[in-house]
Design a protein around this ligand. Structure first.
Ligand SMILES: Nc1ncnc2c1ncn2[C@@H]1O[C@H](COP(=O)(O)OP(=O)(O)OP(=O)(O)O)[C@@H](O)[C@H]1O
Length: 353
């Protein structure tokens, strides 16, 4: 299983106990009631083979039902689709050959049952008032919503700082692109900041999943901070990838860099493949990102302009007549392009001043 598959799986499991779900509300009531509980999330042949005694029933999974049935000694087993309670007060007899480092019979049983059956199993500790989810030998502690909200809040503040910094370095890059003064270092700094934003976004999305119904506000705030960031990476690739000259510009390896590697621009340069190890070496963007800032200009026409003129600088130097030589550019659009470029040149002058 790849690291991404593993992450997606962990998220799916966390979502099972997200606040607001019937399961989670029931588990929270068990915590408050201080009785403890053991709940197998699903039903298959393996778990049926481990069940003895107790009661077989068919009751909807509601917080009340879960809480009441947890008052009995033994385990609760849910249906395969997790919508119903199919057994309660059951004694589970997993194979003791499954090694477990857990202490206490409830936790040891939960760990062994999840390994032997492949079904996630929850244990609520009566003494520690804590919910744990066991999945394939892994124990995931389910934090209280208040604790996750605190971390999410801190994460949002970090994301805000990071997106502001990203905006600063991309504006600076724009100024340099317009003046044709871009170095490997300038692009590497933007990629570094972009990757930092992606990492904190991923972390925050995990919190949203864990928070369930209570994560809506956090989700809205992430979306607001993300607006305008979605296609920076894609446009940078269009501008700087140059396979003919050995510039692979493949951003997929950035995710694999450790946090300490990410602060080192030479590591970024190596991961992405700029075709040179000299950070001061000059780069020549095609100009897609700058032209994408002209909102009325369709992408296809931008591509034709760049094909026709060869570089952003040539487009800056073009007259209204020159611009109209390109298919899809009439007088009105030529004027709009000239006005937008003039505005950009002026604001970039301020940026570098
Ligand atoms: N094999 C099992 N099958 C079903 N239920 C079990 C099993 N083992 C333990 N339990 C349940 O766990 C309860 C508590 O057991 P025990 O006190 O040994 O566990 P513990 O892990 O120390 O729990 P806690 O952390 O809640 O104090 C039992 O009364 C029983 O309801």
């Amino acid at each position: 299983m790849t690291a991404e598959d593993q992450d997606a799986r962990t998220r799916r499991f966390r979502a099972l106990t997200a606040p607001g779900t019937a399961l989670r509300n029931g588990l929270d009531r068990i915590v408050k009631g201080r009785t403890g509980g053991l709940v197998v999330l699903g039903l298959n042949r393996e778990v049926e083979g481990l069940m003895t005694g107790g009661f077989h029933l068919d009751a909807p999974l509601t917080p009340q039902n879960l809480r009441e049935l947890a008052k009995m000694d033994g385990a609760i087993v849910l249906s395969a689709d997790l919508s119903r309670i199919v057994a309660a007060g059951v004694q589970l007899m997993p194979d003791p050959g499954y090694d477990t480092i857990e202490t206490g019979t409830r936790h040891r049983t939960a760990d062994r049952v999840s390994r032997q059956t492949g079904l996630p199993t929850v244990s609520v500790s009566a003494s520690m008032q804590m919910i744990s989810l066991f999945v394939d030998g892994e124990r995931i502690t389910i934090p209280e919503p208040g604790a996750i909200l605190g971390r999410a809040d801190q994460g949002l503040r970090t994301l805000e700082r990071y997106t502001n910094r990203l905006a600063e370095v991309t504006n600076h890059l724009s100024a340099l692109e317009i003046r044709d003064q871009v170095s490997v270092r300038d692009v590497a700094v933007v990629l570094q900041r972009l990757e930092m934003v992606h990492r904190i976004q991923d972390e925050l999305r995990d919190y949203v999943i864990e928070l369930g119904a209570e994560g809506r506000l956090v989700d809205l705030q992430i979306r607001e901070l993300e607006s305008g960031l979605d296609n920076i990476a894609e446009l940078l690739v269009e501008d700087y990838r140059d396979e003919a000259n050995g510039v692979a510009f493949d951003l997929s390896d950035l995710a694999g860099l450790s946090t300490s590697d990410l602060v080192d621009l030479t590591m970024i340069e190596r991961a992405v493949g700029f075709g040179t190890t000299d950070l001061e070496s000059q780069l020549y963007p095609r100009g897609y990102r700058q032209l994408s800032r002209i909102s009325s200009l369709p992408r296809t026409v931008a591509a034709r302009l760049l094909d026709h003129f060869g570089s952003l600088q040539e487009i800056f130097a073009a007259s209204l007549g020159d611009l109209q030589a390109v298919d899809g550019v009439g007088l009105r659009r030529a004027r709009a392009i000239r006005d937008a470029l003039a505005w950009m040149a002026e604001s970039e002058f301020d940026e570098l001043a």
